[in-house]
Design a protein. Structure first.
Length: 179
């Protein structure tokens, strides 16, 4: 049995720890590790079509990887954390770099995203749509929050509805682009 407030205390501790770890992630290390995993999937496991999916900061890293690795069959990013103002530990601008992506991209964005302003999402969308190759599929969910795909946020109907609509479309996009 836990003392009252124990759960929120532990949750706050985990969030602080996660925040500290995220603040230490550097782009080059993350990209090196992602490229090694891609090489393992293609080279050692013999996968012929590999895609990437990312949520939040993982969405940012998915875009950065796809701009550098043209072997990817698709890119799916849920509420990607791509603010136009780079954080101190970020070396690359995911919005600017996204013009180098050759794979089809699906971007799923909530309008009430407190981490990424609508103007930054629009800049990402403009960059992706300026590419010479690779389809851009955009989903925009009015009123949904950053992280709406997290079931813990589904107590808010707009978040649950956004996930209910977006997830089957993301799976269909993955299936079509990896067939």
């Amino acid at each position: 049995m836990h003392a009252p407030g124990h759960r929120s205390c532990c949750s706050n501790f985990r969030l602080r720890t996660l925040g500290e770890l995220v603040g230490k992630l550097d782009d080059d290390t993350a990209l090196t590790e992602q490229a090694a995993l891609l090489e393992h999937l293609v080279g050692e496991l013999g996968c012929t079509k590999v895609g990437v999916i990312g949520w939040c900061l993982g969405g940012r890293f998915a875009l950065l990887l796809a701009a550098r690795e043209h072997r990817l069959a698709n890119v799916v990013v849920y509420h990607p954390t791509v603010p136009s103002e780079l954080r101190p530990n970020h070396s690359y601008d995911a919005i600017a770099d996204s013009v180098g992506i050759t794979a089809p991209v699906m971007v799923i964005y909530p309008s009430a995203d407190a981490a990424v302003p609508v103007a930054d999402f629009e800049a990402l969308q403009t960059a992706l749509q300026s590419r010479d190759t690779g389809a851009t599929v955009t989903q925009f969910y009015p009123g949904a929050d950053h992280g709406f795909s997290d079931r813990a946020r589904h107590d808010k109907a707009v978040n649950a509805d956004a996930f209910r609509v977006s997830w089957p479309q993301a799976l269909a996009f993955i299936e079509v682009t990896t067939a």
